[in-house]
Design a protein around this ligand. Sequence first.
Ligand code: C5P
Length: 227
Amino acid sequence: MTAGPTREPFDPARFISNPSTGRMGFALAAEAIRRGGEVTLICGPTHLETPPGVHLVRVSTADEMFRAALNQAPGVDLVLKAAAVADYRPEVRSPGKIKKDVLLADRAILLRLLPTPDILEEIGRRKKPGQVLVGFAAETGDLEANALRKLLKKNLDLIVANRIGQEGEGFEADTNRALVIDRHGKKTDLPLMPKEAMAAAILDLAEPLLAAGAGQPGGRSTRRTAS
Ligand code: C5P
Protein backbone atom coordinates (compact mmCIF):
# COMPACT_ATOMS: atom_id res chain seq x y z
CA MET A 1 0.00 0.00 0.00
CA THR A 2 1.10 3.57 -0.53
CA ALA A 3 -0.22 6.61 1.30
CA GLY A 4 0.29 10.31 1.76
CA PRO A 5 1.84 12.97 -0.42
CA THR A 6 5.30 13.10 -1.91
CA ARG A 7 7.58 16.14 -1.63
CA GLU A 8 9.62 17.37 -4.54
CA PRO A 9 12.27 19.81 -3.27
CA PHE A 10 13.98 22.56 -5.24
CA ASP A 11 16.24 23.57 -2.37
CA PRO A 12 16.77 22.26 1.18
CA ALA A 13 14.01 24.55 2.53
CA ARG A 14 11.33 24.37 -0.15
CA PHE A 15 9.32 21.76 -1.99
CA ILE A 16 6.25 21.16 -4.17
CA SER A 17 3.61 18.90 -2.65
CA ASN A 18 -0.15 18.51 -2.11
CA PRO A 19 -2.54 18.44 0.88
CA SER A 20 -2.79 14.63 1.21
CA THR A 21 -2.68 13.58 4.88
CA GLY A 22 -2.34 9.83 4.27
CA ARG A 23 -5.53 9.04 6.22
CA MET A 24 -7.16 6.94 3.48
CA GLY A 25 -4.05 4.79 2.98
CA PHE A 26 -3.48 4.35 6.72
CA ALA A 27 -7.14 3.34 7.17
CA LEU A 28 -6.70 0.76 4.39
CA ALA A 29 -3.56 -0.58 6.03
CA ALA A 30 -5.26 -0.92 9.43
CA GLU A 31 -8.29 -2.64 7.87
CA ALA A 32 -6.10 -5.07 5.89
CA ILE A 33 -4.28 -6.01 9.10
CA ARG A 34 -7.63 -6.56 10.84
CA ARG A 35 -8.50 -8.98 8.02
CA GLY A 36 -5.34 -10.99 8.52
CA GLY A 37 -3.21 -9.41 5.80
CA GLU A 38 0.53 -8.88 5.96
CA VAL A 39 0.92 -5.20 5.11
CA THR A 40 3.79 -3.07 3.88
CA LEU A 41 2.83 0.59 3.81
CA ILE A 42 5.05 2.90 1.82
CA CYS A 43 4.22 6.41 2.88
CA GLY A 44 5.22 9.95 2.13
CA PRO A 45 5.57 12.56 4.89
CA THR A 46 2.67 12.29 7.37
CA HIS A 47 2.12 12.73 11.11
CA LEU A 48 -0.20 9.74 11.41
CA GLU A 49 0.50 6.94 13.85
CA THR A 50 1.54 3.64 12.28
CA PRO A 51 -1.24 1.05 12.69
CA PRO A 52 0.02 -1.89 14.82
CA GLY A 53 1.38 -4.74 12.74
CA VAL A 54 2.05 -2.65 9.63
CA HIS A 55 5.54 -2.69 8.14
CA LEU A 56 6.13 1.00 7.41
CA VAL A 57 8.56 2.26 4.78
CA ARG A 58 8.98 6.03 4.86
CA VAL A 59 9.86 7.91 1.70
CA SER A 60 9.78 11.54 0.67
CA THR A 61 9.99 12.00 -3.11
CA ALA A 62 8.12 10.29 -5.96
CA ASP A 63 11.42 8.75 -7.10
CA GLU A 64 11.95 7.21 -3.64
CA MET A 65 8.36 5.92 -3.59
CA PHE A 66 8.89 4.47 -7.09
CA ARG A 67 11.97 2.50 -5.97
CA ALA A 68 10.35 1.28 -2.73
CA ALA A 69 7.09 0.26 -4.45
CA LEU A 70 8.77 -1.50 -7.39
CA ASN A 71 10.93 -3.36 -4.90
CA GLN A 72 7.88 -4.64 -2.96
CA ALA A 73 5.42 -5.19 -5.80
CA PRO A 74 6.64 -8.54 -7.19
CA GLY A 75 6.02 -10.30 -3.86
CA VAL A 76 2.51 -9.07 -3.04
CA ASP A 77 -1.02 -10.19 -3.89
CA LEU A 78 -2.73 -6.82 -3.56
CA VAL A 79 -1.46 -3.36 -4.39
CA LEU A 80 -3.48 -0.40 -3.11
CA LYS A 81 -2.06 2.90 -4.31
CA ALA A 82 -3.71 5.59 -2.22
CA ALA A 83 -0.70 7.93 -2.30
CA ALA A 84 -1.10 11.34 -3.91
CA VAL A 85 2.14 11.18 -5.85
CA ALA A 86 3.40 14.52 -7.16
CA ASP A 87 3.20 14.36 -10.94
CA TYR A 88 6.00 16.89 -11.42
CA ARG A 89 9.30 17.64 -9.75
CA PRO A 90 11.61 20.62 -10.12
CA GLU A 91 14.30 19.89 -12.72
CA VAL A 92 17.03 21.45 -10.58
CA ARG A 93 17.52 20.92 -6.85
CA SER A 94 19.80 23.58 -5.41
CA PRO A 95 22.19 22.17 -2.76
CA GLY A 96 21.93 25.45 -0.79
CA LYS A 97 18.90 27.55 0.08
CA ILE A 98 18.08 29.94 -2.78
CA LYS A 99 18.46 33.42 -1.31
CA LYS A 100 15.81 36.03 -1.97
CA ASP A 101 18.41 38.66 -2.90
CA VAL A 102 19.87 36.56 -5.72
CA LEU A 103 16.52 36.07 -7.39
CA LEU A 104 15.71 37.72 -10.68
CA ALA A 105 15.24 41.50 -10.85
CA ASP A 106 11.43 41.19 -10.90
CA ARG A 107 11.65 38.87 -7.83
CA ALA A 108 10.16 36.03 -9.84
CA ILE A 109 11.63 32.56 -9.73
CA LEU A 110 11.27 30.24 -12.68
CA LEU A 111 10.90 26.54 -11.93
CA ARG A 112 11.04 24.05 -14.77
CA LEU A 113 9.09 20.96 -13.80
CA LEU A 114 9.72 17.47 -15.12
CA PRO A 115 7.27 14.55 -14.90
CA THR A 116 7.83 12.00 -12.14
CA PRO A 117 7.60 8.28 -12.98
CA ASP A 118 4.07 6.85 -12.83
CA ILE A 119 4.54 4.17 -10.18
CA LEU A 120 1.20 2.46 -10.59
CA GLU A 121 1.45 2.38 -14.38
CA GLU A 122 4.83 0.65 -14.08
CA ILE A 123 3.44 -1.87 -11.55
CA GLY A 124 0.51 -2.44 -13.95
CA ARG A 125 2.96 -3.13 -16.77
CA ARG A 126 4.77 -5.73 -14.65
CA LYS A 127 1.60 -7.20 -13.10
CA LYS A 128 1.82 -10.92 -12.34
CA PRO A 129 -1.01 -13.43 -12.84
CA GLY A 130 -3.37 -13.30 -9.88
CA GLN A 131 -2.13 -9.95 -8.59
CA VAL A 132 -4.83 -7.38 -7.84
CA LEU A 133 -4.10 -3.70 -8.44
CA VAL A 134 -6.25 -0.95 -6.96
CA GLY A 135 -5.69 2.67 -7.95
CA PHE A 136 -7.17 5.92 -6.75
CA ALA A 137 -8.18 9.00 -8.69
CA ALA A 138 -8.81 12.41 -7.16
CA GLU A 139 -10.61 14.55 -9.71
CA THR A 140 -12.17 17.98 -9.96
CA GLY A 141 -14.37 17.01 -12.91
CA ASP A 142 -15.37 14.19 -15.30
CA LEU A 143 -14.99 11.72 -12.46
CA GLU A 144 -16.18 8.61 -14.27
CA ALA A 145 -14.43 9.26 -17.61
CA ASN A 146 -11.12 10.08 -15.94
CA ALA A 147 -11.36 7.07 -13.63
CA LEU A 148 -12.09 4.70 -16.53
CA ARG A 149 -9.19 6.11 -18.54
CA LYS A 150 -6.78 5.53 -15.61
CA LEU A 151 -8.17 2.04 -14.94
CA LEU A 152 -7.34 0.99 -18.51
CA LYS A 153 -4.07 2.92 -18.90
CA LYS A 154 -2.62 1.53 -15.67
CA ASN A 155 -3.96 -2.05 -16.10
CA LEU A 156 -5.92 -1.89 -12.82
CA ASP A 157 -8.54 -4.24 -11.39
CA LEU A 158 -10.33 -1.51 -9.46
CA ILE A 159 -10.23 2.25 -9.34
CA VAL A 160 -11.57 4.34 -6.48
CA ALA A 161 -12.43 7.83 -7.70
CA ASN A 162 -13.36 10.77 -5.55
CA ARG A 163 -13.93 14.46 -6.09
CA ILE A 164 -11.62 17.01 -4.60
CA GLY A 165 -12.74 20.48 -3.60
CA GLN A 166 -16.04 19.17 -2.17
CA GLU A 167 -16.99 19.31 1.49
CA GLY A 168 -16.21 16.04 3.30
CA GLU A 169 -14.37 14.39 0.38
CA GLY A 170 -10.77 13.81 -0.59
CA PHE A 171 -7.75 15.61 0.84
CA GLU A 172 -7.71 16.48 4.55
CA ALA A 173 -11.28 15.26 5.21
CA ASP A 174 -12.19 12.59 7.79
CA THR A 175 -14.84 11.30 5.43
CA ASN A 176 -14.90 10.30 1.80
CA ARG A 177 -17.35 9.51 -0.98
CA ALA A 178 -16.26 7.53 -4.01
CA LEU A 179 -17.19 5.88 -7.25
CA VAL A 180 -15.48 2.50 -7.65
CA ILE A 181 -15.18 0.93 -11.11
CA ASP A 182 -13.86 -2.56 -11.80
CA ARG A 183 -12.10 -3.80 -14.95
CA HIS A 184 -15.39 -5.05 -16.39
CA GLY A 185 -16.92 -1.60 -16.02
CA LYS A 186 -19.07 -2.50 -13.00
CA LYS A 187 -19.69 0.60 -10.91
CA THR A 188 -20.28 0.87 -7.17
CA ASP A 189 -21.18 4.13 -5.46
CA LEU A 190 -19.77 4.46 -1.98
CA PRO A 191 -21.74 7.20 -0.18
CA LEU A 192 -20.21 9.72 2.25
CA MET A 193 -18.70 7.80 5.15
CA PRO A 194 -15.70 7.92 7.53
CA LYS A 195 -12.44 6.93 5.83
CA GLU A 196 -12.23 3.82 8.08
CA ALA A 197 -15.61 2.60 6.76
CA MET A 198 -14.52 3.47 3.22
CA ALA A 199 -11.40 1.33 3.72
CA ALA A 200 -13.59 -1.63 4.71
CA ALA A 201 -15.89 -1.05 1.71
CA ILE A 202 -12.91 -0.94 -0.68
CA LEU A 203 -11.45 -4.16 0.74
CA ASP A 204 -14.90 -5.78 0.49
CA LEU A 205 -14.70 -5.10 -3.25
CA ALA A 206 -11.05 -6.16 -3.60
CA GLU A 207 -11.25 -9.42 -1.62
CA PRO A 208 -13.37 -11.40 -4.13
CA LEU A 209 -10.84 -10.42 -6.85
CA LEU A 210 -8.03 -11.74 -4.67
CA ALA A 211 -9.90 -14.97 -4.14
CA ALA A 212 -10.40 -15.28 -7.92
CA GLY A 213 -6.70 -14.56 -8.51
CA ALA A 214 -5.67 -17.29 -6.10
CA GLY A 215 -7.34 -19.84 -8.37
CA GLN A 216 -5.50 -18.72 -11.52
CA PRO A 217 -2.58 -20.68 -12.97
CA GLY A 218 0.59 -18.98 -11.74
CA GLY A 219 -1.52 -17.06 -9.22
CA ARG A 220 -0.56 -16.21 -5.70
CA SER A 221 -0.15 -18.75 -2.94
CA THR A 222 0.26 -16.71 0.24
CA ARG A 223 -1.60 -13.71 1.51
CA ARG A 224 0.35 -10.48 1.44
CA THR A 225 -0.85 -6.95 0.92
CA ALA A 226 0.88 -3.73 -0.04
CA SER A 227 -1.17 -0.54 -0.07
O1 C5P B 1 -2.23 11.08 -10.41
P1 C5P B 1 -3.24 10.10 -10.98
O2 C5P B 1 -4.64 10.64 -10.94
O3 C5P B 1 -2.84 9.53 -12.31
O4 C5P B 1 -3.24 8.90 -9.92
C1 C5P B 1 -3.98 7.73 -10.15
C2 C5P B 1 -3.33 6.59 -9.41
O5 C5P B 1 -1.97 6.44 -9.87
C3 C5P B 1 -3.24 6.73 -7.89
O6 C5P B 1 -3.50 5.45 -7.35
C4 C5P B 1 -1.79 7.17 -7.64
O7 C5P B 1 -1.29 6.70 -6.39
C5 C5P B 1 -1.05 6.52 -8.79
N1 C5P B 1 0.10 7.32 -9.25
C6 C5P B 1 1.37 6.75 -9.18
N2 C5P B 1 2.47 7.46 -9.63
C7 C5P B 1 2.32 8.70 -10.12
C8 C5P B 1 1.04 9.29 -10.20
C9 C5P B 1 -0.05 8.56 -9.75
O8 C5P B 1 1.50 5.61 -8.73
N3 C5P B 1 3.40 9.38 -10.53
